[in-house]
Write a protein that binds this ligand. Structure first.
Ligand code: CP
Ligand code: NVA
Length: 312
């Protein structure tokens, strides 16, 4: 049991202590084993409700949170982008205050990271970041849980991220720092992770083994995990043509895999733009862990909800 003072918000990995990250993963693993062996979980969230605020589309995040609440005996309510007009029809603070009287936890997917922080500030409920322009902590933790299942342990592994220095890359970097993995990133000039985020990740772990370059081949040389994400994140659609040109040589394809150890696995948070940032051959190939990775979103988030709602 990891004790938290007051409610436990899960907004960023860098602000979540390492023992809590390890606890979340252990609880998630236990609930996954329970579910796989007997086809159900103990009703740890019986009678509880999760409000899910979405300003952007989603397949995995929405459905995996819904399934997690169902398996734990609770319910989840989907709130569509146009429905509450977060910060437009009503202030973020007022939405947070009102939901506090109806539900037991809030998950939010927003453009602005500050909106999620504000929900947490003004709500008495635990708040979960389901992706913002800045970070995607549930994704990164599910990803490292996938790697742990595959390799047996995390410390010492090398994760090489190839592509845009975006929300997913930032959370992966923070997770690698906190949990003892080495992190390599290859991104085009102008699309790297910014110095401030790197400094924060190093502050979490002064021994963090990090390197950044503009060279994908160099980044994957010692990789255990090769990771990519879309070159055009939600909200960046107007930059699509320009980005596709700039990122052309950052595709995860068979040629790139030949530069990495043959034991390396390939991951992608999805949705994937096949033939753009990743080829069919790689995504459907023997090194791909992309679909187990997607399923583990359910298990990690179930662990998170069990900790937040039942104090497991
Ligand atoms: N990876 C992920 O968060 O997927 P969705 O956008 O479909 O939720
Ligand atoms: N970087 C992507 C991740 C999607 C899950 C985006 O923000 O659109």
């Amino acid at each position: 049991m990891v004790h938290t003072k007051g409610k436990f918000d899960f907004i960023d990995i860098k602000t979540t202590p390492r023992p809590m990250l390890e606890h979340l993963m252990a609880v998630a693993q236990r609930l996954k084993s329970e579910f796989k062996s007997i086809g159900r979980n103990a009703p740890l969230a019986s009678g509880k409700g999760l409000a899910m605020i979405f300003e952007k589309p989603s397949l995995r995040t929405r459905i995996s949170f819904e399934a997690a609440m169902r398996h734990l005996g609770g319910t989840a309510t989907y709130i569509a982008p146009e429905e509450i007009g977060l910060g437009k029809r009503e202030s973020v603070a007022d939405v947070a205050r009102v939901l506090s009287g109806f539900c037991d936890a809030i998950m939010a997917r927003t453009f602005s990271h500050e909106a999620i922080e504000e929900l947490a500030r003004y709500s008495s409920l635990p708040v979960i970041n389901g992706l913002s322009d800045v970070s995607h902590p549930c994704q990164a933790m599910a990803d490292l849980m996938t790697a742990k299942e595959h390799f047996g342990q995390l410390p010492g592994l090398t994760l090489a991220y190839v592509g845009d220095g975006n929300n997913v890359a930032r959370s992966l970097m923070e997770a690698c720092s906190a949990l003892g993995l080495k992190f390599r990133i290859a991104a085009p000039k102008g699309y790297e992770l910014e110095a401030r985020s790197i400094k924060d990740a190093v502050a979490t772990n002064p021994d963090f083994d990090f390197s950044a370059s503009n060279d994908p081949i160099c980044a994957v040389k010692q990789a255990d995990i090769i990771y990519t994400d879309t070159w055009v994140s939600m909200g960046q659609e107007a930059q699509k043509a320009e980005r596709l040109k700039i990122f052309g040589s950052y595709q995860v394809n068979a040629n790139l895999l030949r530069a990495a150890p043959s034991t390396a696995i390939v991951m992608h948070c999805l949705p994937a733009y096949r033939g753009v940032e990743i080829t069919d051959e790689v995504m459907d190939g023997p090194q791909s862990q992309v679909f187990p990775e997607a399923e583990i979103r359910l298990h990690f988030q179930k662990g998170l909800l069990a900790v937040q709602l039942a104090g497991v």
